[in-house]
Write a protein of this length. Structure first.
Length: 745
C-alpha cells in the first residue's frame, strides 16, 4: 500500500491586500519594503515573505500602490481624507461625527486603529458592499480627547503586571500597567491612570497609576472619581491658595475715587437660601422724573483677578465652578468666592454695574456701564421674596410705590428685626414688588419675540451629615427666580449689544437654531402623546415649542418631553463670532453676571473696561481660543454634575429595594425599556431578557416593545410599576424589575 504524500501547508496571510493598503495609507508619505511590512505583521518565514512580495507587485500592477525606488512602495493617494471626532459604540466599533457628511460614518472595530472615544482623527470613507452605506477607516489620530481614565485595578502579582478596567463603556480597552507603576495601589482599588503609549503590536495601551481614589462604592471615592474622570480638579494647588490669601481685599479711598459711588442707593441680593457666594445684587431708586433707576451690580472679580498671575491661570484652566450634589468645586479660592467678591449684606464691595433708567412699560430710556462701589442693605432668600410677591398680589402699582405701609412684609418668626431693619426690609419689599412687575413685562416681550420658555424641573437631594440622601425634592422656578433671571438677562443682553454695535472683539453666548432633522425626530416622539409642532418658520417653531412645553406642564410625560425638547436645541457656547441667541430670542447676548463662577464673565468685564477706557479691539483669535476652552470645560462640568446626580439617585434607591414605584417609560430600545420614576425622577432599565411572560420585539415606528404572542405593548410614555432589581454605584446603573402596567396593578 502506497503512502499518501502529505500536502504542503500553504496557509495564506488573511486579509493581506487590505492589511498592506492600511499600512501604506496610514503613513502615506513614507515608503515601505517587504521586510518592514513583514516586521509590522510579525512574520519572518519564507512563505509569508513571498506572499507579501507577490501582493506588493499585484497592487502595483493594479496601480493601487507605486514603487518609488527599487523594492520600496508607497500608497497612491486617490482618496479624499476627512477629519472628525470619534463616538465609540459597543464592542470596539464606533462612528465618526464629521461636518463633511450628513450622517455619521460607521467605523468597524478592525478599522479603529487605536483611536479612542472623543479623539480627533483623520479618516477616509467608502461605501459598504452590502448596504451601500458609508463606512470609514481611521488613518491617523490628530489629537487625543483625553489621556487620563478612572477605573478599577486588577493586579497580577505573579505575572508582575496589572490592568486597569476603565469605568463606563466608551473605553473599549483595559490599560496595561507594569507593577512598578501601580503607585501603591491595591487590587480592587479605584484609580486614576494615565496613558503613556500604545506600542504598535500591543493589544492594550500602556499606562501608569497617577492617584489611588479609594475603594469602589464609597461615597468620597465615587465623587472624586467623577471629577477625575472629566479631568476636573478637587483642590487648589498650595501656591495658588497662598497667592490668593496675600491679595489686598480692603476697600480703599483711592479706589473708591475711581468708581461711581452707589453705596447710598437701596441695594439687596435675592439668592437661594443655602447660597454661600453672592455675585449679583439689585439696586432700586425712583427718580424725580418718575423713571426707575435699576442697577444690576456684579462682583468686580477682575479687580482682584489680575492677568498673568498663577491665580488667573488656575481660574482660566478651571473656567467654571462645578456643582456636584454634595459640594461645590469653585473656580476661585474661598477668600475671593465667599469673601472679597461675595456681595454679603452690610458690607461695602467693589462691583461692575449695568445701570438702567426704565419707565412703567419696562422701556429703557438710558443706560450706563462701569465700575462702582456698593453697599448691600439686605439679603433675601428666594422663598422670602416669593412670599412678598404672593402676599401682596392684590396691591396696585400706586399702593406699592406710594403706600409702602400697606405692604404685607412677612418676616419669619425666628428673625428679630430692629426698627431700622424693618424699615429697610419694607423698602426692599417695595422694590421687589415693582421689579417683579417690570420683570413680567420684560418676560412677556421676550416670549412674544420668540424666546423658548424652559422651566425644567431640577432634582435636588436632602442629605444628612454623612452625605447620605434622605429625601428627594424638585426645584422649580417661581416669580422671585424669574425676577432675578430677567434683570440678569437684561444686563447680559445690553452689555453684549453695547460692544457688539461697536464691532469690537467680545465674548458672546451664542445659540444656533435647532436642526430640522432633530425637530422632525421630536415631532415623532411627541406625536405619540397627541402633540403637533409647526415648522413653517422660525417664529412658528418657537411658538409651537412653547405651546408644547406649556401643554405638558404637570402631566406624566412632562420631564420626558422637556428633556427631549432641550436635546433638540443646539448647544449654547461661547464665541467671539456673534450669531445671536435663538433660545432667548436675542440678537446680542453675553455672560456678564457671574464672574465668581464663570471665566467668560471675567473676560467680558476686562474687555468692557478696556473699551470704556477707549482701548483698541482685542485680538479675536486669542479670545476665540479662550472661548473654545471655556465651552469645553463647561461641557465637562455639566457631565460631572449629571453623573453626580445619577450616582446620588442610585444611592437613594438602594434603601428602597422592597418598594413598588410608578414610573413613565422614558426610552425604548431592542434591549429593554428605560423607566423614570414619577415621584423622584430616578431612571433605570428593565432588560428585555427579564420580561419572561412573552418574547418581546422592538417596534421602532411605535417606540415600543410588543409581546409576540400576547401583543402586550410597552410604549414610550406608558405608566408602569417597577421594583428595584439591582443598584450599581460604580457603573452608576440602576436595574428595575417590571411588575406590570400601572392601570393593571
Amino acid at each position: 500500500m502506497t503512502k499518501r504524500k502529505k500536502k504542503k501547508s500553504n496557509k495564506g496571510i488573511p486579509n493581506l491586500t487590505n492589511t498592506i493598503l492600511s499600512i501604506l495609507k496610514k503613513d502615506r508619505n513614507k515608503t515601505f519594503n517587504y521586510k518592514q511590512i513583514a516586521a509590522i505583521l510579525g512574520v519572518n518565514d519564507a512563505s509569508s515573505r513571498n506572499q507579501i512580495i507577490k501582493k506588493l507587485h499585484q497592487l502595483k500592477a493594479k496601480q493601487e500602490i507605486e514603487e518609488v525606488d527599487r523594492g520600496k512602495f508607497k500608497a497612491i493617494v486617490n482618496t479624499e481624507y476627512h477629519t472628525g471626532r470619534v463616538d465609540m459604540a459597543s464592542r470596539g466599533s464606533g462612528y465618526i461625527i464629521c461636518d463633511d457628511f450628513e450622517d455619521d460614518i460607521y467605523i468597524a472595530s478592525n478599522n479603529m486603529n487605536k483611536a479612542l472615544h472623543g479623539d480627533e482623527v483623520e479618516f477616509y470613507a467608502y461605501k459598504r458592499r452590502k448596504r451601500g452605506k458609508l463606512e470609514g477607516e481611521i488613518t491617523s489620530i490628530i489629537k487625543r480627547a483625553k489621556s487620563e481614565y478612572v477605573g478599577v485595578i486588577q493586579i497580577h502579582e505573579k505575572k508582575n503586571f496589572a490592568f486597569v478596567v476603565p469605568d463606563g463603556n466608551k473605553m473599549y480597552k483595559d490599560i496595561f500597567v507594569p507593577i512598578n507603576k501601580i503607585n501603591k495601589a491595591e487590587d480592587g482599588d479605584k484609580v486614576l491612570v494615565s496613558l503613556e503609549d500604545w506600542p504598535e503590536k500591543a493589544d492594550s495601551p500602556n499606562g501608569k497609576v497617577l492617584k489611588v481614589l479609594g475603594k469602589p462604592g464609597e461615597h468620597n471615592t465615587e465623587i472624586h472619581a467623577i471629577l477625575a474622570e472629566y479631568g476636573l480638579p478637587l483642590e487648589f494647588p498650595h501656591e495658588v491658595e497662598e497667592f490668593a490669601n496675600k491679595i489686598d481685599t480692603s476697600i480703599t479711598k483711592e479706589e473708591i475715587a475711581k468708581r461711581r459711588d452707589m453705596r447710598k442707593d437701596l441695594t439687596f441680593t435675592i439668592d437661594p437660601k443655602d447660597a454661600k457666594d453672592f455675585d449679583d445684587a439689585l439696586s432700586f431708586k425712583i427718580l424725580d422724573n418718575g423713571l426707575f433707576e435699576i442697577g444690576i451690580h456684579i462682583a468686580d472679580v477682575s479687580h482682584y483677578l489680575q492677568e498673568n498671575t498663577i491665580l488667573d491661570d488656575e481660574a482660566f484652566e478651571r473656567a467654571t465652578s462645578v456643582y456636584l450634589v454634595d459640594r461645590v468645586v469653585p473656580m476661585l479660592p474661598e477668600i475671593l468666592s465667599n469673601g472679597a467678591c461675595s456681595l454679603r449684606p452690610h458690607e461695602e464691595k467693589y462691583t461692575f454695574s449695568a445701570v438702567f433708567h426704565m419707565n412703567e412699560k419696562a422701556e429703557i430710556k438710558d443706560q450706563w456701564f462701569g465700575r462702582t462701589v456698593t453697599y448691600s442693605d439686605a439679603r433675601f432668600a428666594y422663598e422670602e421674596a416669593q412670599a412678598i410677591i404672593e402676599n401682596n398680589a392684590t396691591l396696585s402699582a400706586v399702593e406699592v410705590l406710594k403706600k409702602p405701609n400697606k405692604i404685607d412684609l412677612t418676616i419669619p418668626k425666628e428673625v428679630s428685626l430692629t426698627g431700622k431693619e424693618y424699615k429697610t426690609s419694607q423698602k426692599v419689599a417695595q422694590a421687589t414688588l415693582k421689579l417683579d412687575e417690570l420683570a413680567k413685562i420684560m418676560r412677556r416681550k421676550r416670549m412674544s419675540s420668540g424666546a423658548i420658555s424652559f422651566d425644567k424641573v431640577e432634582v435636588k437631594f436632602n442629605l444628612d451629615d454623612d452625605a447620605n440622601p434622605v429625601g428627594v425634592y424638585f426645584k422649580t422656578s417661581k416669580d422671585a427666580n424669574k425676577l432675578i433671571e430677567e434683570f440678569m438677562l437684561l444686563a447680559n443682553r445690553k452689555v453684549g449689544e453695547f460692544i457688539g454695535k461697536q464691532k469690537k472683539t467680545f465674548i458672546y453666548r451664542i445659540h444656533d437654531e435647532p436642526d430640522d432633522s432633530k425637530l422632525a425626530a421630536l415631532q415623532n416622539v411627541v406625536g405619540r402623546f397627541g402633540y403637533k409642532l409647526n415648522f413653517k418658520d422660525r417664529k412658528s417653531v418657537s411658538s409651537s415649542l412653547n405651546n408644547l412645553l406649556k401643554d405638558v406642564n404637570g402631566k406624566k410625560e412632562q420631564n420626558l418631553v422637556d428633556t427631549l425638547t432641550i436635546r433638540t436645541m443646539s448647544k449654547a457656547e461661547y464665541s467671539t463670532h456673534n450669531i445671536g441667541h435663538y433660545g432667548l430670542a436675542f440678537d446680542y447676548y453675553s455672560h456678564f453676571t457671574s464672574p465668581i463662577r464663570r471665566y467668560p464673565d471675567v473676560m467680558a468685564h476686562r474687555l468692557l473696561q478696556q473699551y470704556l477706557d477707549g482701548g483698541n479691539s482685542a485680538n479675536a483669535d486669542i479670545y476665540e481660543e479662550k472661548c473654545n476652552h471655556s465651552s469645553r470645560m463647561e461641557y465637562l462640568a455639566t457631565k460631572a454634575e449629571r453623573d453626580s446626580i445619577k450616582y446620588m439617585q442610585i444611592r437613594f434607591m438602594e434603601d428602597h429595594k422592597n418598594e413598588n414605584f410608578v414610573g413613565v417609560i422614558s426610552g425604548v430600545t431592542d434591549w429593554g425599556i428605560y423607566v423614570e420614576i414619577i415621584e423622584n425622577k430616578c431612571e433605570g432599565m428593565v432588560s428585555v431578557r427579564d420580561m419572561k411572560d412573552d418574547h418581546y420585539q422592538f417596534d421602532e415606528d411605535h417606540f415600543a416593545l410588543i409581546g409576540k404572542n400576547s401583543k402586550i405593548m410597552y410604549q414610550l410614555g406608558d405608566e408602569v410599576i417597577v421594583k428595584v432589581k439591582n443598584t450599581d454605584l460604580v457603573k452608576k446603573h440602576l436595574d428595575f424589575t417590571l411588575i406590570g402596567k400601572h392601570e393593571e396593578a
